[in-house]
Structures are given as C-alpha cells and as structure tokens.
Write a protein that binds this ligand. Structure first.
Ligand code: SF4
Length: 62
C-alpha cells in the first residue's frame, strides 16, 4: 500500500461522532478536499451514501 488506507477501513482521522478530526488542518489530504459530492452521491440519508461509496469501492477494486 503506497499511500492511504485499504478500502473498507475507517480513516484514522474519523472521530467517534463521524467527523473529521483534521478538517481545517492544512495537513488534511488534498483528495479529501477535492471530493465534490453531488446530491446523487449523498442521497437522502447515510445508508444511501454508504451504498454509493461501496459501489465505487467495488468498481475501483484492483
Ligand atoms: S475528510 Fe479525509 S482525513 Fe478527514 S476523516 Fe475523511 S478521509 Fe479522513
């Protein structure tokens, strides 16, 4: 693993209340700030968003 984390593993910066511990820190990875979530990705609730992310993980798995 050259960089980042394996798919399906929570980020080490994710707090217990599902917030980013370094959201305003310049050390926050550029890829995080670069994600431009669209309404279709977020959907009406967390379950929809997680299903979308799972689909992306499967589609981009090595
Ligand atoms: S925004 Fe990035 S650094 Fe923060 S919790 Fe999410 S993946 Fe981790």
């Amino acid at each position: 693993m050259p960089d980042g984390k394996p798919a399906g593993v929570p980020c080490i910066q994710l707090t217990d209340d599902l917030r980013c511990a370094i959201f305003t820190d310049p050390a926050r990875p550029a890829v995080c700030g670069g994600l431009q979530a669209e309404a279709a990705m977020c959907g009406p609730d967390r379950l929809h968003a997680l299903a979308w992310l799972t689909e992306l993980e499967h589609a981009t798995a090595p």
